[in-house]
Ligand binder design. Structure first.
Ligand code: SAM
Length: 275
């Protein structure tokens, strides 16, 4: 009887037989831990008939875990060297592979109820998360990210790790830390600990206006600088900012990372950025 596909021995054998070496610049750290794979698929909501989008199937270990639960998987993979591997590891399963860069994919066209489940290539985590948030069809994203990114996603105003990523995550929905994942769960092992994070997007809310997202990004641009300074650097007049701060009951020297989103919204309205 063969060891499971995700066992270190099988992963090494697959790589050797196909003459492949994991590419660091593509974030290729393959999962070799069955418990983690099952935990991600389960937390992500993989179930019969659920449309699932995976980014970076790699050798197909997570893809298999999701597809064998009956989900309809679409997987985006950039590295065409993996074609013969995936032909082999996903044989007989209902998976559609889209070859190409995940940053070029049209997320707006995904069907409603789509769930993202992925061990993300870490070098484009932020970009991908913002694509997921903006795609109306995606209802949740259960992703492996660097532990530090997970902490930023879940941070609250006033907290150490609070920043733009925390703010946009809160604007679109809720964030849950599922579990930490040690370096040893990957081959090759990455430099840092990872976390499984589940983001649930509330599609009943109106999507934040692009102007407001830009305003929040500007406000939080330089950590440690005051909100006033960040807005000044973005070209807003000092007098207008002072008036808006006073009208919103905020101290003139308040830092943006301490300001709750509701107050930032009030500021944006007072400054005429949004209505
Ligand atoms: N899902 C596999 C696993 O868990 O073992 C592999 C995960 S690995 C962290 C990231 C995967 O994303 C790799 O397969 C890599 O080739 C792929 N990838 C990297 N950059 C990509 C991009 N821009 N678009 C699509 N896939 C990409």
């Amino acid at each position: 009887r063969l060891a499971p596909l995700y066992s270190p021995a099988r992963v090494r054998e697959l790589l050797t037989r196909h003459g492949l070496r994991p590419t660091k610049s593509l974030g290729q750290n393959f999962l070799i831990d069955g418990n983690i794979l099952r935990a991600i698929a389960k937390a992500g909501g993989a179930a019969p008939g659920v449309p699932v989008l995976e980014i970076g199937p790699g050798l197909g270990v997570l893809t298999r875990e999701i597809a064998t639960r009956g989900a309809q998987v679409t997987a985006l993979e950039k590295d065409e060297r993996l074609r013969p591997v995936l032909d082999e590891t996903l044989d007989g399963l209902d998976v559609q592979i889209v070859w190409g860069d995940a940053l070029d994919f049209d997320y707006a066209a995904l069907p409603p109820g789509t769930r993202v489940i992925a061990n993300l290539p870490y070098y484009i985590t932020g970009l991908l998360l913002s694509r997921f948030m903006r795609a109306p069809g995606i209802v949740s994203a259960t992703v492996l990210v660097q532990k530090e990114v997970g902490q930023r996603l879940a941070a609250q105003p006033g907290g150490d790790n609070y920043g733009f990523l925390s703010a946009i995550a809160a604007l679109y929905g809720t964030v849950r830390h599922v579990r930490d994942v040690p370096k040893g769960a990957f081959l090759p092992a990455p430099d840092v600990t990872s976390s499984v994070i589940r983001l649930d997007f509330d599609r009943t809310r109106a999507a934040p206006e692009p102007e407001f997202l830009t305003f929040v990004e500007t406000a939080l641009h330089h950590r440690r600088k005051t909100l006033r300074n960040n807005l000044r650097l973005a070209g807003l007049a000092g007098e207008a900012i002072d008036g808006a701060l006073a009208a919103c009951g905020l101290r003139p020297d308040v830092r943006a990372e301490d300001v709750p989103l509701g107050n930032l919204r009030d500021m944006a309205v007072k400054l005429g950025v949004v209505r």
